[in-house]
Write a protein that binds this ligand. Sequence first.
Ligand SMILES: Nc1ncnc2c1ncn2[C@@H]1O[C@H](COP(=O)(O)OP(=O)(O)OP(=O)(O)O)[C@@H](O)[C@H]1O
Length: 734
Amino acid sequence: MRRPKPKCSGARKQRRLSEAQEIQLLDSWIEAGIPDPGTNPLAISPPPPDAPIGRTKDGSFSPYAGVRFFRQLPISQRTKDGLAPKYVEMSDIQRASLPHSLCGRDILGAAKTGSGKTLAFVIPVIEKLYRARWGPEDGVGSIIISPTKELAGQLFEELKTVGKHHSLSAGLLIGGRKDVDAEKERVSSLNILVCTPGRLLQHMDETANFECSQLQILVLDEADRILDAGFKTELDAIISQLPKRRQTLLFSATQTKSVKDLARLSLKDPEYISVHAESVTATPEQLTQLAIIVPLDQKLNLLWSFIKANLKSKILVFLSSCKQVKYVYEVFKKLRPGIPLKCLHGRMKQNVRMATYLQFCEETSVLFSTDVASRGLDFSAVDWVVQVDCPEDIPAYIHRVGRTARFRNAGKSLLFLMPSEKEMFTKLRAVEPKIPIKLKKAKEPVSVSALLSSLLVKFPSMQQLAQRAFVTYLKSIFLQKDKDVFDVSKLPIEDFAVSLGLSVTPKLRFLKRKSNVHMSSTKTTEEVEASDDKSKVHNINSQATVRSDDVEDDVLLPKESPSFEPEGDKAELSTRILKKKKLKINMHRPLGTRVKYDDDGNVIPPLAALADKETGDGSIHLGTVKERYEKLREAMKVRDKEDKLLHRQRLRDKRTKEKLKLKKRKEEAEEGDTGDDHSDSDENEQRNPKRTKIYFDDDDNDEVDDAKAAKKSDSVTLAEQEALALDLLRSMHS
Ligand SMILES: Nc1ncnc2c1ncn2[C@@H]1O[C@H](COP(=O)(O)OP(=O)(O)OP(=O)(O)O)[C@@H](O)[C@H]1O
């Protein structure tokens, strides 16, 4: 008698397939199902909820027409198991991009904040390596780069969730972690790296045997951010060490389309998938956006009143520098508003930062943060995003408000604008697609200035915090690029100091030195990153940029520029150091005469030595002092000139050496490029004496160095030596 076959679901059937069978099936399914390049699968939609896969409404064949759920995708059962039960139905960006990315195309994906871009790249990363049967011996198969440590951590968690049934290995490489040595030992055997650019480059520079020549898929999350000037040097150095033949996925809510940027990444016919391009608004529809005009000296009062009025809400507050974050957090904590307060900025230790991020995800509280939290972070259920300091541009605004109203949830945002920043409101209203922001009138806030000033008296350490907050805020305005919006001269500076509780307005030296300021656009764009990794790269790039994510306020200033020395103690300290340095220079550069001793062993001053040489008896003929001084001066000039020439020659030699090195490397790399697949790893190895400083080779920088060196020897040596000689003359007179 025939036994009836047990009924089983499609999923179970698939589970019975061996890995090899499943991969074969997926490959053929993907191959058969590749839509025409350029076809946006959403264009065929919306499919009816029960549409069978492969049939559109009109009955014609289109493999993705009916796909709405993850389970309908040609992805492994292990990934489906990782997605369920949390993720069932795809979001727009997932539905639009996955068919393309799964079949290996390069993607430029743009979709509103909180719309699910993370899964849109995590799934193809896992699937690509799974289908290639990637194992520990294959090394790094995928790199996911994020601009900040917290975001990298978050992506890593998502990767772990979705990939938990796979046997791939993954690692989180971010700066600030102490176990670098342990990391170095493991990193080469990891299959997927989630990292910040600095730490990845640190491994490329320092870790023996670390190489990425087999890389299959590269992802840049917050791609426009990573491609901007702030990360340029790191990214270029990283890209130069990756194989050109790879899949590249770029995702962001504010995507770049710059041909130059894309050329840097060698994208091949990328699909530009912008699912919300047709949308009426650039921000989530469920987001209510308000702006309020508030004078600078009323900002803290208004913020305090706002917090007191919303004690049951989870509030994320953006300030422009970490010193402001510190100050506002510290004083408000002392004033006890009745809701837990937290702060997040790039100067905090990595473990504290991570803990704060996690706590804020869990707890109804107020988080004061710099832009380190503005991109990508998925704090759950934030009720309000309050921007106390105006964002530097529209993308920054979009990312900040995007921390609320995520994935179909509602949220509210409030932007404080000073009267001088009204232009920002006009700009926000003018963009296409629109930002539906409304202007609201502020109620009379409760004043906390008096309380703050008594706090500063009681806690003198706060005084310093307040001063620093004051100075860095004004500097940040001063250094902003958009002068239509940011104008430090229009601000009520004295009132601002009072509002922070300061009894004396700190000096603003940078305003006086305005004329000396060279404000390159890269320096003012954003702050930094990822103090990320205190890797060499940052020193090398001291010229380069001011980035935002992690090192904000210090970054507001070009650190190498003496015209931006901080106020107060630090300024004094640095002046002292400068003086010392000058003296040192002089000590190493004597006056161009041999040191002579008299019979008692005392040093004979140079002029006296000169006189001795001329008269033979050590006596000085006052009538000839001027003449001798002139001679000495001439001698010094000649010596100075020689020094300069020598220094320049040294620089030139150094540059030539660097150039030769680079040329050799390029030639080797080109030779490698023409080789077959098998030579890939060799190619990379050669290309990678890598790890040496390709980024040193910057003619412009060298010129700057030359000029600086020349200037230094002019201004320091000659002038000081003249002064010293005069002093000597005078002392001899007397
Ligand atoms: N298909 C889905 N079903 C249910 N929830 C989802 C889905 N996709 C994503 N989510 C959830 O939506 C939230 C936002 O997702 P994600 O962080 O990927 O957004 P994003 O587009 O990357 O945002 P941002 O632009 O701010 O980086 C997350 O909590 C995520 O778990």
